[in-house]
Write a protein that binds this ligand. Structure first.
Ligand SMILES: [Mg+2]
Length: 246
């Protein structure tokens, strides 16, 4: 029996990539205006900064830190790092958080899960502070019963450690949880290896990667499809019925 649905956050509950592009563009504009460097120079410095940070920190939550990327970008541009890094960070997340919206159908699914006393968890790579801010910006504060970040777990998906920490917090066996995420490697393979029912959120309808024939998973392209997939197991009402009530 499924007692909890565990979701990945970025690109599973909202569109991360579009927001990142928009927020990053605003940071670029600031850098070009304030430092008099070209857009290409600043973009190249950021690209190097991101690679260097990831190489240095490996599979850790801090390897995703925008603060570190921006500080290092300035260092590569030969600018004193304290001059603008914090402004870049605040502009980036200001734009990003301000424009966040849930994918269609998430609200309805959350309501239906709560109605059936199915708990909702978030299991996500990245730093806790920013993931808390994103969940608040998405107005999911009242919907999330349990949160695990890779900062807290000390390991990134698909490490069994982060999945197990989530199950421990929920006090559930793997068979009692299903996991929904957009990354085949991190979410689907990791959750399936941890013994959970694994659901691939795959709006682009990509093919599963080669070599994944042994992985047991289901695929959905939208949250409406996810609702329909979970409805029989969780006795969720038909989606039309909920629509009429709203
Ligand atoms: Mg994701």
């Amino acid at each position: 029996m499924i007692r909890a649905v565990i979701f990945d956050l970025d690109d599973t509950l909202y569109d991360y990539h579009t927001l990142h592009k928009e927020a990053f563009k605003r940071v670029q504009e600031l850098v070009v205006e304030r430092l008099g460097v070209s857009g290409e120079q600043s973009e190249e410095a950021f690209r190097r900064a991101r690679i260097a940070t990831k190489e240095n920190l490996g599979e850790t939550a801090a390897s995703h830190s925008r603060m570190l990327y921006f500080q290092k970008t300035l260092e590569y541009l030969d600018i004193r790092p304290l001059y603008l890094a914090l402004d870049m960070y605040e502009i980036y997340w200001g734009v990003f958080l301000n424009k966040m919206t849930l994918y269609p159908g998430v609200d309805k699914l959350m309501d239906a899960l709560h109605d059936k006393y199915v708990r909702v968890a978030i299991c996500t790579d990245l730093l806790a502070q920013i993931q808390h801010r994103k969940l608040r910006a998405l107005r999911l504060t009242d919907d999330v019963d349990c949160l695990v970040t890779s900062e807290e777990a000390g390991a990134e998906k698909p490490s069994p450690k982060i999945f197990q920490m989530c199950l421990d917090k929920l006090r559930l066996y793997p068979k009692e949880a299903c996991f929904v995420g957009d990354s085949f490697e991190k979410d689907v393979k990791g959750a399936a290896a941890a013994g959970m029912r694994a659901i691939w959120f795959n709006p682009e309808k990509q093919e599963p990667p080669a070599g994944s024939e042994d992985v047991v998973f289901e695929t959905v392209a939208s949250h409406e499809e996810l609702y329909a997939l979970l409805a029989p197991t969780l006795s969720l009402p038909p989606i039309e019925e909920k629509k009429g009530e709203a």
